[in-house]
Write a protein that binds this ligand. Structure first.
Ligand SMILES: Nc1ncnc2c1ncn2[C@@H]1O[C@H](COP(=O)(O)OP(=O)(O)OP(=O)(O)O)[C@@H](O)[C@H]1O
Ligand SMILES: O=P(O)(O)O[C@@H]1[C@H](O)[C@H](O)[C@@H](OP(=O)(O)O)[C@H](OP(=O)(O)O)[C@H]1O
Length: 303
């Protein structure tokens, strides 16, 4: 059942003149690299259904009208399956053959300012996050956290940021899956430029053609981000870049995950490079992209 999807309705009524991708109904390939389990279903006609989030819907609606549109999955509205609502979008893997996929979480901050305020006003320490923390580093909790066997989410997120490259480079590798099905998700401590370069080299299997493809796309993305009205007026937190390549040498990068992207109160705008201090809402997204571009460029042989 479709709630809100003018593109889909046109598709249904126009027969073959489709606004959805010209992709056969089945079978669809899809693989999730990281992120919450159980949030996705593969849809028909090369689409993907992600568990509904109103904030994300708002972002996709605006992005479909923004210059960033070529850099995000096409959005088709809200659909219902088994009484659960989903945002319906393009499955970005559709046009690749046995793709390699990587998820990089962008920005120098992975929680919203609003989450910080909530944690200050109504602290809700979490035992699951304490458990995740001590699994990686038994020394990380403070005495108080140890006594509670729980940590605040914002504290956990900040700890993850400083342990990885988020705080120092403005992005982090969340995980990747290579074409040979090897999965790598153990990047919580991948922090230095050298460690990040090594991980990226493993993902692209030292293929300079692939690196060139990614670099070109990232530079185009940066150019669009610098002028996008959507980007200027939103705090973009917890969003990822999804890298996809295959043995044909095809490469693609798209912005995904706008569940924690929020519109700023007018007339506030962000440059996404100024360091964050509480209240300025800066997210470090472009600073991270600058660093990512620089690291990839340095992986190419000198010409
Ligand atoms: N449009 C898409 N096409 C193909 N794969 C996708 C798409 N959107 C998401 N994915 C896959 O699902 C994974 C998780 O996506 P996403 O970040 O949107 O989920 P999430 O549950 O919100 O994540 P998080 O835990 O960071 O909040 C991505 O790493 C990617 O592998
Ligand atoms: O990668 P990890 O170490 O497993 O930690 C998770 C990760 O930071 C997710 O981005 C976050 O979801 P959001 O970005 O949606 O906040 C999730 O919070 P959650 O447990 O509250 O869903 C964390 O548990």
């Amino acid at each position: 059942m479709f709630y809100e999807n003018s593109a889909w309705k046109k598709h249904k009524s126009c027969g073959t003149s489709s606004l959805l991708p010209m992709t056969p109904k089945n079978p669809q390939q899809w693989l999730q690299v990281v992120g919450h389990a159980g949030s996705f279903h593969v849809g028909d006609y090369g689409t993907l259904l992600k568990r509904f989030c109103e904030g994300e819907r708002q972002c996709y609606l605006k992005l479909m009208e923004d210059t960033l549109r070529p850099f995000v999955p096409a959005y088709y509205g809200v659909v219902q399956r088994d009484e659960q609502d989903y945002n319906m979008m393009d499955n970005l893997l559709t046009h690749f053959n046995t793709p390699a996929i990587m998820d990089c979480k962008m920005g120098s901050r992975t929680y919203q300012e609003e989450e910080l305020l909530m944690a200050q006003e109504r602290p809700q320490p979490r035992k699951d996050m304490y458990e995740k923390m001590v699994t990686v580093d038994p020394e990380a909790p403070t005495d108080q956290e140890r006594a509670q066997q729980a940590v605040l989410k914002t504290r956990y997120m900040q700890w993850r940021e400083t342990l990885s490259s988020t705080a120092t480079l403005g992005f982090r590798i969340e995980g990747f899956r290579k074409a040979n099905e090897e999965c790598h998700t153990n990047f919580k401590r991948t922090k230095s430029r050298e460690q990040v370069t090594e991980a990226l080299g493993n993902f692209v299997e030292s293929n300079t053609h692939i690196v060139w493809g990614y670099l070109r796309r990232l530079k185009q993305l940066r150019q669009e981000l610098e002028t996008s009205n959507f980007f200027k007026t939103h705090e973009v937190v917890g969003s990822s870049l999804l890298f996809v390549h295959d043995w044909n040498g095809r490469t693609g990068i798209w912005m995904i995950d706008f569940g924690k992207t929020v519109a700023l109160p007018a007339p506030l705008t962000l440059d996404h490079r100024t360091p964050w201090v509480e209240g300025n809402r800066e997210d470090g997204y472009l600073w991270g992209l600058d660093n990512l571009i620089d690291i990839l460029a340095n992986m190419l042989p000198l010409t």
